[in-house]
Design a protein around this ligand. Sequence first.
Ligand SMILES: Nc1ncnc2c1ncn2[C@@H]1O[C@H](COP(=O)(O)OP(=O)(O)OP(=O)(O)O)[C@@H](O)[C@H]1O
Length: 262
Amino acid sequence: MTAVDNVSFSVSDGEIIGLIGPNGAGKSTTFNLIMGDLEPTDGVITYSGEEIQHVPTHERVREGLGRTYQSPRHFEEFTVRENIASCTLSNDLLLDTTTESGDTSVEEILRRTGLSDQAAVYPSKLTPAELRRLEIAKALATDPDVLLCDEVFAGITTEEARELADLIETLRDEGLTLLLIDHVMEVLMPLVDRAIVLNFGQKIAEGDSDEVVANDTVREVYLGESSGWPDESHRCLGPGGVLRKVTGCQRSLLQCRPWGVG
Ligand SMILES: Nc1ncnc2c1ncn2[C@@H]1O[C@H](COP(=O)(O)OP(=O)(O)OP(=O)(O)O)[C@@H](O)[C@H]1O
C-alpha cells in the first residue's frame, strides 16, 4: 500500500493550510515527506523554488521548515525554557538560555507562546494545552518561515484549542506560513485559508472551508454517503474499507459551515 500517492499541492507565503482526512489518510506521512523524515519513492518537493526531496532534514530546518509532532517530543529532565533552548539553532542561545536579544531568543518565544510563567517548570507539570504550546515553542526556536503543526488541537478543550488558534493567527500575522493537520474541525476550518483533503493517501479535495465541507466526495468519505444529516447511527468506510461509526471528528466536520447542524 502507498501511504501518500501522487499528492500534489502548493502553499503560498502567509497562508494557513489545513490538511485533513480520516485516520490513516496519509497526513502525517505527508509532513514526514516535507520535513525529510521520509524520502519519497517518486515525485518532487520544492521549497523556495528548489527541489528538497533529497535534502537532509537538518538542512531543511535551517532553510526555514519547522514542525510540531502529534505526540509531544521533549526532554522530561529539562525545564520548559531548557527544552526550547535545546531546539535553537544558535550555539549562543544554547549557552545562554536567558538571552533576550533577537527574534529567536528563548524569552521572546516563551512570551509569544504564553509560556513565560512556566519557563522554569518541568514538562510533567504542564497541562495538555501547555504541552501543545511547548511543541510550538520548540518549533519556533528553529526560526521557521513555514511551520507544520501536527494535531496541536488534539487532547485539549475546545476553548484551549481556540486560544491556540489565536496564537496561530498571530504567528501568521508575524509572517509565518502554516500547515495544520487536525481533526478538530470546528476550530480548524474557520482558521484556514484553504483545506486539502486526503483519503487513502490521495488528495480528494482542495478549496476554502465552505467548498471543502460542501464537497460531495468529502461528505462521502466522512459519512459513507453523500446526503443526510449525521447522527450516532451513521457509519462510514474507514481505512481498509472497514465500516465504522462516525467519529467525533467526522461529526465535527459536519458541524462546520455551510452544513451547520440545527
Ligand atoms: N512507518 C510506517 N510503516 C508502515 N506503515 C505506516 C508507517 N507510518 C504510517 N503508515 C501507514 O501509512 C498510512 C498513513 O499513515 P499516516 O500516519 O500518515 O496517517 P494520518 O492521516 O496522519 O492518520 P492520523 O489522523 O490517524 O494521524 C496508514 O495506513 C499507516 O498505517
